[in-house]
Write a protein that binds this ligand. Structure first.
Ligand code: AHR
Length: 707
């Protein structure tokens, strides 16, 4: 090198150094260097799954396709909620009454019970007929009407008379005067229809022929809409008569076409959205829904089996009753339909109001119940519960590897979990050594409550955070002990936006997922929560269908949509290799997180958090590299990418981006695709190349290598 060249180089270096000192905004380009030669650690094959429970009308008024709300009249003890009287003409004399719903059913109302599950029913009395009179159901915030669609209606009716019930001579006489006798003249046609809320437009109609019977009989009819019908949810379901009489109704049901035409099945659009996520497992039935407010409200899996006429439903954990139309078999079928493995959570003797059952003899029946439940899922057909499953239509056992013992038992301040967990684990592993039991108390978060004795093989960690906390903690697993239990992140979400999350939340989620992905030797499974939200609001009372803000998939009776977080989930699961690619980074720009009021009062300094997040995985069979990069800022950010340790790399790659103009942007039920992934082909891919990351973006670069 000549003297002159050296001095030019020196001057250049001095100039760059000066730029650093003089221009405070000047920064070096961030660099991600991937070491493909050392991509040896496996990505967990079950990394991305789903978590579900009955919250926000996830099933009733959600995935479970039943359209009639309060179909067995048990939702309220005082009112036939969701039901109303309809009549063509004001001069008709008719009334409806909820029968037998209270705890102490009056004697003369008892003979209307259909079975042990269905003691309540709805009575329609028509004393003077003038046109049609009947009962109407409002559905779950409407009945969805779609063109050329066949709906299957079914219900039980007793068409009877009205006279004073027989009384023993010693029984007290009623205090009110007896109602006039209505003669038993109810047989004949009964009209069944889906119509507008004002009754003026009939979208689909049919009739059944009511038998002359004072006993319950089951009726079914199909209703088909015309091809030119405009989709609406402003509709009701009506069963009506033009004759005087007394009619009792129970288990009134209306199903639209379901996913795979499964009877008692699932809503097609929602199922398709889940299938598109390619989940590897489904954690069910909760969440809080597993535990119930009281011990007696825990998920009653045995009462959720068999015909829906035998399912009484139960008190849910989120302020409304569950029909249990989504029973244990339906959950298992749901997994099967998605190609996902069930991750069964069994009730472990703790409920949300704070009661628990101590380990020992009192807990034994609960342990037995869990063993029965597992046998229903995986026992062969010569076991008691395996045979029951076969009788319910599914002889093949389901696949099962993990059983979770309870849910968030760190809420149980009595410190009883360790004993309870060990009692469940010992019994389950003795009978099913192939199963792994998951503890709901991770020692990392709750050291004083940790399970004693043998360490659990897997623990469940939950994180509900805002985006700043996600960005701050996105690399927390880089530092976790590799000799401890494996981690199942069984509930997590960036909670921004309501009822579904916004773009900023998706940026928090994506950053957090890069951390799980880079550490998926340790994080063997993860699932976002909550999955579903019915976004409807009653226009008159303002009553909302949801209890939890910030959910993944939103819908009303007619439409559905994914939040930006949904698309991030879908892409992360879709574009995933089987090996973790080690990476080093340099020059990642940092930003200051805002101080909480408390931190600022305590005079704390704001924390510095990265603005860019990344992970890379490789499919070592096809040589496809999946590089995920998140830019959380408003700035278009240049980034340099080095691919070390590969032979050749294809010059073109696919780029899939989720992005927006502002962090608060989101999808809604009326603007469902504002933020969706966009795919393009990018050129100039080399062993070392640069890209400009869009502001507020999650980018996935799919690169073909000959690795
Ligand atoms: O996901 C909502 C709730 O959050 C779950 O039911 C519960 O496990 C957690 O506290």
């Amino acid at each position: 090198m000549t003297k002159q060249k050296t001095s030019i180089k020196l001057r250049l270096l001095l100039l760059i150094a000066a730029a650093f000192i003089i221009l405070p905004g000047f920064s070096q380009t961030p660099v991600i260097t991937l070491n493909l030669a050392n991509a040896n650690t496996n990505v967990s094959p079950m990394l991305y799954g789903l978590m579900t429970e009955e919250i926000n009308h996830s099933y009733d008024g959600g995935l479970y396709a039943e359209l009639i709300s309060n179909r067995i009249f048990k939702d309220s003890k005082t009112e036939p909620e969701g039901w109303s009287l309809v009549k063509d003409n004001p001069s008709a004399e008719a009334a409806i009454k909820l029968i037998g719903a209270e705890e102490h059913v009056p004697n003369d109302e008892r003979r209307n019970a259909l079975n042990g599950a269905m003691q309540a029913c709805l009575r329609l009395t028509v004393e003077k007929a003038d046109g049609k009179a009947g009962i109407a159901n409002e559905g779950y915030w409407g009945i969805p009407v779609k063109p050329s669609t066949t709906y299957h209606a079914s219900f039980y009716i007793k068409g009877t008379d009205r006279r004073e019930p027989p009384r023993w001579p010693w029984e007290p006489k009623p205090t009110t005067p007896p109602l006039p006798v209505v003669e038993n003249n109810t047989p004949g046609p009964i009209t069944v229809s889906i119509e507008s809320n004002d009754g003026k437009t009939v979208y689909a109609t049919g009739t059944i022929n009511l038998d002359k019977s004072i006993y319950w009989k089951h009726y079914e009819v199909n209703l088909t809409t015309a091809a030119n019908v405009t989709p609406t949810k402003d509709a009701r379901f009506v069963i009506s008569t033009d004759r005087v009489g007394v009619y009792y109704f129970n288990l009134v049901s209306l199903f639209p076409p379901t996913y795979n035409n499964q009877s008692n099945g699932f809503r097609i659009d929602l199922m398709q959205m889940l299938v598109n996520m390619k989940p590897k497992f489904l954690r069910f039935p909760g969440g809080n829904f597993l535990e119930g407010p009281k011990i007696t409200d825990a998920f009653p899996w045995k009462e959720t089996l068999g015909p829906i006429a035998n399912r009484p439903g139960h008190n849910g954990s989120w302020g409304y009753r569950a029909t249990d139309g989504m029973g244990l078999l339906e959950f298992l079928m749901w997994c099967q339909d998605m190609g996902a493995e069930p991750l069964l959570a069994v009730y472990a003797g703790y409920s949300l109001d704070g009661d628990h059952i101590d380990a020992g003899p009192l807990l034994e029946p609960y342990v037995d119940d869990a063993l029965d439940e597992i046998e229903y899922g995986i026992g062969d057909t010569n076991t008691y519960w395996g045979a029951k499953r076969a009788a319910d239509g599914h002889p093949e056992p389901f696949k099962l590897s993990y059983v979770e013992i309870g849910n968030e038992d760190w809420f149980d301040r009595s410190n009883s979990y360790s004993g309870r967990f060990n009692q469940f684990r010992n019994a389950i592993e003795a009978k099913y050594p192939q199963l792994t039991c998951i503890s709901t108390i991770p020692a990392t978060q709750y050291p004083s409550m940790k399970v004693t004795g043998k360490d659990p093989a897997v623990v469940d960690e939950h994180y509900y955070r805002n985006s700043w906390d996600m960005w701050e903690n996105a690399s927390q697993y880089d530092k976790y002990d590799r000799n401890g239990p494996k981690i199942f992140v069984g509930e997590w979400a960036t909670r921004e936006g309501a009822p579904t999350t916004n773009l900023n939340a998706a940026l928090g989620d994506a950053a957090w997922m890069t951390g799980m992905e880079r550490n998926s030797d340790l994080i063997i499974m993860s699932c976002y929560a909550p999955l579903f939200v019915n976004v409807s609001k009653d226009s008159v009372t303002g009553k909302r269908a949801w209890q939890w803000d910030s959910d993944l998939i939103g819908y009303d009776a007619l439409n559905s949509y994914g939040s930006p977080s949904y698309y991030v989930q879908k892409l992360f699961s879709h574009y995933l290799g089987n090996k973790i690619v080690p990476a080093t980074v340099a020059n990642i720009p940092m930003q200051k997180a805002p101080l909480s009021r408390r931190d600022s009062a305590e005079g704390k300094a704001p924390k510095s958090v990265p603005t860019i997040f990344y992970s890379a995985t490789l499919n070592d069979t096809t040589g496809t590299l999946y590089l995920k990069i998140v830019n959380t800022t408003a700035k278009k950010q240049e980034i340099k990418i080095n691919l070390d340790g590969i032979g050749k790399v294809a010059p073109e790659a696919a780029l899939i981006v989720v992005k927006g103009d502002t962090p608060g942007e989101t999808n809604t039920i009326t603007d469902r695709e504002k933020i969706i992934p966009v795919t393009e082909t990018i050129k100039g891919i080399k062993k070392s190349f640069s890209r400009k990351l869009d502001p507020y973006s999650v980018s996935i670069i799919e690169i073909k290598t000959n690795k």
